[in-house]
Design a protein. Structure first.
Length: 107
């Protein structure tokens, strides 16, 4: 009976350690996204790129789009201040975007 209890406790301990380690590996922090947040941000990035490309004024491929926890950062070069402003407007119009950081430079 003693050996059986020891084996049960061992497996319970292994299970608890695996559960704690595995569970914390999927959680997001202030500097790291969870798996779900990463997927959401990938979708937002794609939608923002599409919105910028489909805008007749901002239609530029030189704008880089990065998203972290719903905050979109735009960087790169455009030909006019109007194109930069339209890119920011296009990014803000996408659902799920919490904020837009504009680091676009005008050539």
């Amino acid at each position: 009976m003693y050996k059986t209890d020891l084996i049960k406790r061992f497996f319970v301990a292994i299970f608890l350690v695996a559960w704690i380690v595995g569970g914390s590996g999927c959680a997001g922090t202030s500097t790291r996204e969870s798996v779900g947040e990463y997927m959401d941000d990938s979708i937002i990035t794609t939608k923002v790129k599409t919105a910028i490309f489909n805008d007749p004024v901002a239609k530029v491929l030189q704008v880089k789009v990065e998203t972290f926890k719903g905050v979109v950062q735009l960087s790169g070069f455009v030909d006019s201040p109007e194109a930069a402003a339209r890119a920011v407007e296009a990014a803000r119009s996408v659902g799920g975007v919490k904020d837009v950081i504009n680091k676009i430079s005008v050539k």
